[in-house]
Design a protein around this ligand. Structure first.
Ligand SMILES: Cc1cc2nc3c(=O)[nH]c(=O)nc-3n(C[C@H](O)[C@H](O)[C@H](O)COP(=O)(O)OP(=O)(O)OC[C@H]3O[C@@H](n4cnc5c(N)ncnc54)[C@H](O)[C@@H]3O)c2cc1C
Length: 265
């Protein structure tokens, strides 16, 4: 449980950014992850008055603002169609609808949690984040950056040729994933994203074109993922188990994306 001394519902991003420069001050998303910690917050910075709870689109991209809930993202028809159900699949296992109505995109992506289903999935799509101070940055770069006091304003899901499928394995429904996987296909290259290792998601590129070569190629690429990616133990699973399951998910995902299999989960 966290404690808050002062609460400010800001009227601009500039005000939020200035307040957030003090170490003891904290931006509030849905507050669900913060609630699990023991932080003493001097000033809680609430972004909910800034109209950042909308998903908009133009011909180039979807613009997903920071205070959009995971549930809004999950049931957005345009994003569901555009991503072939991948985004919905990455969200539907997270706890329950009530929880997904409260958890925000900003908290989920800014938090850069190793277990994050949406982070792993969005890395398989053509995404950027917009930070108040640093501006627009590819999501793949953002996940490698050290946490600082910037503010995530929105996630930009670009409308390109990129297609992805998302798969995860859980010990029981609604638990955290034991391993997660997005397979991604596009003119700029094919790759897999492996998350919940249990640390940050990593990208494994298919430089040899294995994923275009059918069953044998999918198997070889899955073995490459198993060899190249580091997996570790935690209370949910051993690294060895994660490595095994990652190979299975990669092959299933490849079958869905390159083989046209309807069911990949
Ligand atoms: C019990 C439980 C189970 C969960 N299970 C899963 C799961 O299976 N899979 C999964 O993917 N996720 C899971 N999550 C994580 C959840 O989906 C959210 O990612 C998480 O709660 C963070 O979202 P939030 O809105 O609650 O963020 P908060 O708790 O409000 O914030 C998280 C962090 O991000 C910062 N922050 C928030 N918004 C911004 C912003 N716009 N700019 C800069 N910094 C910001 C906060 O200061 C804080 O440091 C679980 C969470 C809980 C509590």
């Amino acid at each position: 449980m966290y404690s808050i001394r002062t609460y400010v519902k800001v009227s601009s991003l500039e005000e939020a950014y200035e307040l957030n420069q003090k170490k003891m001050n904290t931006i509030l998303g849905g507050g669900l992850w913060l609630r699990l910690g023991k932080k003493n917050i001097q000033t809680a910075i609430d972004l909910s008055g800034l109209g950042l709870d909308q998903i908009t689109e133009d011909e180039t991209a979807f613009f997903i603002s920071a205070m959009v809930s995971l549930r809004q993202l999950e049931i957005h028809p345009g994003i569901d169609t555009y991503t072939g159900g991948a985004v919905k699949e990455s969200l539907r296992h997270i706890v329950g609808v009530q929880m997904r109505n409260c958890a925000t995109v900003g908290g989920s992506i800014y938090g850069r949690f190793g277990f994050s289903d949406p982070l792993c999935c969005l890395l398989g799509l053509d995404c950027e984040v917009e930070l108040y101070q640093a501006g627009r940055i590819p999501l793949a770069e953002f996940v490698k950056m050290k946490k600082d006091n910037d503010i995530l304003v929105q996630v930009i899901l670009k409308k390109t040729d990129r297609k992805a499928v998302y798969l995860s394995q859980r010990n029981s429904a609604t638990d955290f994933p034991v391993v997660s996987c997005a397979l991604s296909k596009g003119a700029a290259g094919n790759y897999a994203v492996i998350g919940a290792r249990p640390c940050m998601p990593v990208i494994v590129e298919d430089r040899e074109g294995l994923l275009e070569r059918g069953e044998e190629g999918w198997k070889t690429f899955a073995e490459k993922v198993q060899q190249e990616v580091a997996f570790a133990d935690n209370t949910r699973a051993s690294g060895a188990y994660r490595r095994h399951v990652a190979g299975v998910l990669v092959r299933r995902g490849a079958k869905a994306l390159w083989g046209g299999a309807e069911e990949c989960r």
